[in-house]
Design a protein around this ligand. Structure first.
Ligand SMILES: *Cc1c(COP(=O)(O)O)cnc(C)c1O
Length: 469
């Protein structure tokens, strides 16, 4: 008994999928974001918790999170970690953080009770606190640079606003996010938040981000940090709610989880939960018409297509940045093969794996088009009085196609319907979904900085707004 509790911190270290980085502490991994060898960071082993699942029954969300996360953290004390976690979820508007709601034959896990009404808050609230903890007591300055098509930007800003030592620069394509998404960012007037409206597309924003991060001299001069979903801490925070769902279901012997997927971050967290010993049977991967992942899981061929604009815009992605993490495990943790696969993909637009066996069989992948998504929203509301946002509806539609009798199905709800009001309204013209947090943004003072899509202008802007860097 004493032995178990006397271990103050774990001995976990972090490695890169490309083999060029190893031995990092947790804090170093969080601060590095993308591995410096171009790969993604992963823990050097996955902790097994099957024998502890019984002990965690009845814990609050934050207490459960502290148990799930602690084995991955080697350089923050358990007491500090528990307090960072409970601060992160104190701002949620539901006591259980991720409540489970019965909707017809499925159970919807609502992940949108944080400050910006999307599931990204669950990870970015914690990431903000982790950055703050690592910087506390130092004179270091951190400059976060991010690009967003909508949800990531506001969630990152909500996690980082007002923090000493951290500036947050978020680029978005001017006029191309939804009006409410723009308001969620530009109504934040804290001195350390810079909303940059780029005269260009989201692709332009992403390529500016890449160019400036690849300027290693600039990156180290300004201590640039990343908040996109390649940061390991984001995946780690998301593992927790898979456990929460299982406890809320009263610990069934197995269950399925349907995940609306874009960058493969959320569903990869589910994969880790399964590897830790949570009895997930299948991970149901649901994409919109941007179906590179659905095609991969059904053929073993990873091939880029062109981006389609859909009713679930947070998943309008052709390259899933977290996919490399799964590939690493599928290829037997062979960094060389991972590197070869990614090189093939980037040079020819196509790469393949030997077979979709082994861990690939944990996934069941399919895509749902816009017409079916809107129909799904309508059906959920008419049959069960439940209003789903279009991303959530993609997951529910796919889940209903693959329901297995006797196996509970959890569908992850990734955004509040009011955040994607136009699509919901299109599905059901009589309904205008609302949420007070969004209504209250109208008429508030806003601030944004307009910049051309030029990396020189971006560098100059960062330099000018971090005079003491
Ligand atoms: C980001 C986002 C997704 C996609 O999540 P991934 O981790 O990229 O798969 C789905 N739905 C909503 C509402 C999002 O904001």
């Amino acid at each position: 008994m004493v032995g178990v509790h006397s271990i103050e911190v774990s001995s976990m270290k972090y490695i890169s999928t490309r083999g060029g980085v190893s031995g990092l502490s947790f804090s170093e991994a969080v601060m590095m974001g993308l591995a410096t060898d171009g790969g993604l960071l992963l823990p050097d082993s996955i902790p097994q918790v099957s024998s502890q699942l019984g002990d965690w029954q009845g814990l609050s969300y934050s207490e459960l999170a502290a148990q799930v996360i602690a084995p991955y953290v080697d350089d923050i004390s358990k007491t500090d970690l528990a307090s960072l976690i409970s601060q992160s979820y104190a701002s949620f508007d539901h006591a259980s953080v991720s409540p489970l709601v019965e909707v017809g034959n499925v159970h919807v896990l609502e992940l949108f009770h944080g400050p910006t009404l999307a599931f990204k808050d669950i990870a970015l609230q914690l990431l903000g606190n982790l950055f703050g903890h690592v910087l506390s007591g130092t004179s270091a300055k951190l400059n976060i640079l991010g690009a967003t098509s909508g949800d990531t930007g506001s969630a990152a800003i909500a996690g980082l606003r007002g923090r000493p030592g951290i500036n947050t620069f978020i680029m978005f394509p001017d006029g191309r996010t939804s009006p409410v998404q723009e308001l969620q960012m530009t109504t934040v007037l804290d001195k350390n938040v810079f909303n940059i409206a780029i005269d260009g597309s989201f692709d332009d924003c992403q390529s500016l981000l890449k160019t400036v991060f690849n300027d290693l001299q600039f990156k180290s001069r300004y201590n640039l940090g990343a908040v996109n979903s390649v940061n390991w801490a984001r995946v780690l925070a998301q593992i927790v709610y898979y456990f929460s769902a299982w406890y809320q279901l009263q610990r069934p012997s197995e269950f399925d989880v349907a995940v609306p997927t874009g960058n493969f971050g959320n569903i990869f967290a589910g994969f880790i939960a399964k590897q830790m010993g949570l009895p997930i049977r299948k991970l149901i991967l649901a994409t919109n018409s941007n179906d590179i992942l659905a095609r991969f899981f059904n053929s073993g061929i990873y091939q880029k297509g062109s981006v389609h604009f859909s009713e679930s815009p947070a998943m309008d992605i052709q390259i899933a940045s977290n996919f490399e993490r799964l590939l690493f495990y599928h290829l037997g943790q062979d960094s060389q093969q991972v590197g070869q696969f990614m090189t093939d993909f980037h040079t020819t637009g196509l790469a393949r794996v030997p077979g979709c066996t082994g861990i690939m069989e944990y996934f069941d992948a399919g895509s749902v088009n816009d017409a079916d998504t809107l129909q799904g929203i309508k059906k959920c509301y008419q049959d069960y009085s439940y209003l789903a946002d279009p991303h959530t509806a993609v997951g529910i539609c796919r889940a209903e196609q693959v329901l297995e009798p006797g196996v509970p199905m959890v569908c992850l709800a990734t955004a509040h319907p009011a955040k994607f009001e136009a699509a919901v309204h299109k599905a059901m013209p009589s309904i205008v979904p609302r949420h007070a947090a969004l209504e209250n943004l109208h008429g508030l003072e806003t601030r944004k900085f307009k910049l051309p899509a030029s990396d020189d202008h971006l560098r100059a802007f960062i330099g000018e707004h971090c005079p003491d860097c």
